[in-house]
Each structure stands twice: as structure tokens, then as C-alpha cells.
Design a protein. Structure first.
Ligand code: ZN
Length: 279
């Protein structure tokens, strides 16, 4: 037994420091690992946030086109009649699902789109749209807002969109559906029993938007015209003309007075020259 103890003790003496060394070198959570774990929880939080993003089946681009049509081809007449659109009217500008977000778009330059909520800047409008979808989805009025893109068929949105589809064969079923939707809008927004203004606007809406929903299309939409906008280039040209016009008149005046002075000098010189000539 004693011999065994004496054999074990040097072994233990070697083992204990080894065990201590192993304990010291055992993998403790490093900074990198902490950051990674934080990152993983961050990404899991992001995934949770993504999971919370409500799915909205409403085209932002087509909604924007509908807003443009309403603003350019309907509102000038509504404003002229001093008419208040009823709340149930789906054309009401405040009912747009994306109104708050669209109001928070700041377009500084061709390639500078700024988010009005967090001031982030984007190169193109489509990236700002994506940013709204990911970061500010909670500001979409999904519960009370209308999807204006749904009205695009009735309102001829394709005509104001850049990617206007080429005119294909007239589809009688789709045309009839669009006409029905168009007439429903006229009835709900401008009820015939709503007074003379509502009556006039009801008629105008039918002429402006609904009458062209025929197969084949006999009439063009927006026959009653649109809002006249003065473009920035037009204003710049006007300002430049107003600035250059006085300069032009000053130049003409100086030029003419110069000619007059020149002829007077010639008149003065010529008698003197005649006097000197005979000698
Ligand atoms: Zn933002």
C-alpha cells in the first residue's frame, strides 16, 4: 500500500497543476462572443420585428398615381365648386393609406430623397419607399385608410404612370367592371340628392372618368382638362426675361446715343475740314 501511495503522489503532483492550468485556459466567453451573441439577439429581434410587419397588399406606386389623377383631374373642379367630399368617399385625400408617409417625403434634388421621420437620405424614391416599409411600417393607416390603388382601374392611373402599359385588346369584362366602379365612386362622392354642386360634379365625374370605359374606347378620359401647373423652368425663363429686358433697352439706348454723338462730331468736324482744305 505504502509503495502504491508513494507511486501516486508524484502523479498527483503533476496532475493538479495541469488541472489548474486547464481550468484557467478553459473557454470563457470572450468579447467577440458576447458581441456575437448580442448580434444574434439583435438579429432575432429584427426577425421578430419583421414578423410584426403587417402585410399590406396595396401598391404604393399605383396609389401614388391615383393621388396624382385625383389631384390633377378632379380636385380643381371640386375646389372651384367649394365642395366638401363626404367622409365615405374613397377619393378623399385624407383616406389614403400612405398619406402620412407620403407627406414625410422630402425631395431636395433629383437624387436626394429624405425621410421626414428620421432624416435619412436616399438616392432614389424607391429606396425611400422600401425604408418606409421596413422602418416606419407602423405609420401606415392600415385600419382606417383606403387603398387608392384599388381605384386605379376606374381612374385610368396607367395614363399618368411612367410605365404605362401598351394598349392591348379591349377587355369587355374588365372595362365593365371599371365602369361600374367608376359610377359607384360618382354616386358615393357626389350624391345626386346632395345639391347643385354635387349634381354638377357628379356629371363632370362621369364625363371625366367613366364615359371612356367602353369597348372599343370611343372617348378619351380627362376630357374636361387638368390643373394648370406652372413649371419651375417656366418661372426661371420668365425671371430671366424680366432681368434681361431692361439690359437690352439700356444697350439699345447707349448704342443709339453713341451713333447720334458720332454723327454730331462728324458735323462739327466737316466745316472745319472744309475751311482748312483750300489752303
Ligand atoms: Zn426614416
Amino acid at each position: 500500500m505504502d509503495s502504491n501511495r508513494s507511486q501516486l503522489s508524484p502523479m498527483l503532483r503533476l496532475l493538479i497543476p495541469c488541472l489548474l492550468l486547464l481550468l484557467l485556459l478553459s473557454p470563457s466567453p470572450s468579447l467577440q462572443q458576447i458581441q456575437d451573441s448580442q448580434g444574434s439577439t439583435g438579429s432575432s429581434n429584427q426577425n421578430k420585428a419583421k414578423a410584426k410587419i403587417p402585410e399590406i397588399h396595396c401598391s404604393r406606386e399605383r396609389s401614388r398615381a391615383a393621388v396624382k389623377v385625383i389631384d390633377e383631374y378632379l380636385m380643381p373642379f371640386v375646389e372651384k365648386e367649394n365642395y366638401q367630399l363626404p367622409n365615405k368617399c374613397k377619393l378623399h385625400p385624407d383616406g389614403n393609406l400612405y398619406k402620412d408617409q407620403e407627406d414625410h417625403k422630402i425631395h431636395y434634388d433629383i437624387h436626394e430623397w429624405r425621410c421626414g421621420y428620421c432624416r435619412k437620405v436616399f438616392y432614389e424614391e424607391k429606396y425611400l419607399d422600401k425604408h418606409f416599409d421596413n422602418r416606419h411600417f407602423d405609420l401606415v393607416n392600415a385600419s382606417h385608410g383606403n387603398c387608392l390603388a384599388d381605384l386605379c382601374g376606374a381612374l385610368h392611373c396607367d395614363l399618368v404612370m411612367n410605365s404605362a402599359s401598351k394598349k392591348g385588346k379591349c377587355n369587355p369584362a374588365a372595362t365593365a367592371k371599371n365602369r361600374h366602379s367608376c359610377e359607384n365612386l360618382a354616386d358615393s362622392c357626389f350624391p345626386v340628392q346632395g345639391g347643385p354642386s354635387a349634381n354638377r360634379l357628379h356629371e363632370l365625374f362621369l364625363r371625366q372618368f367613366c364615359d371612356s370605359h367602353t369597348c372599343p374606347a370611343r372617348l378619351k378620359p380627362f376630357s374636361r382638362g387638368q390643373r394648370k401647373r406652372r413649371s419651375i423652368s417656366y418661372i426661371v425663363i420668365c425671371v430671366m426675361v424680366l432681368m434681361l429686358l431692361p439690359l437690352f433697352y439700356v444697350f439699345v439706348y447707349l448704342y443709339q446715343s453713341g451713333i447720334r454723338r458720332g454723327t454730331q462730331d462728324l458735323r462739327r468736324i466737316s466745316p472745319d475740314a472744309r475751311k482748312k482744305k483750300p489752303s
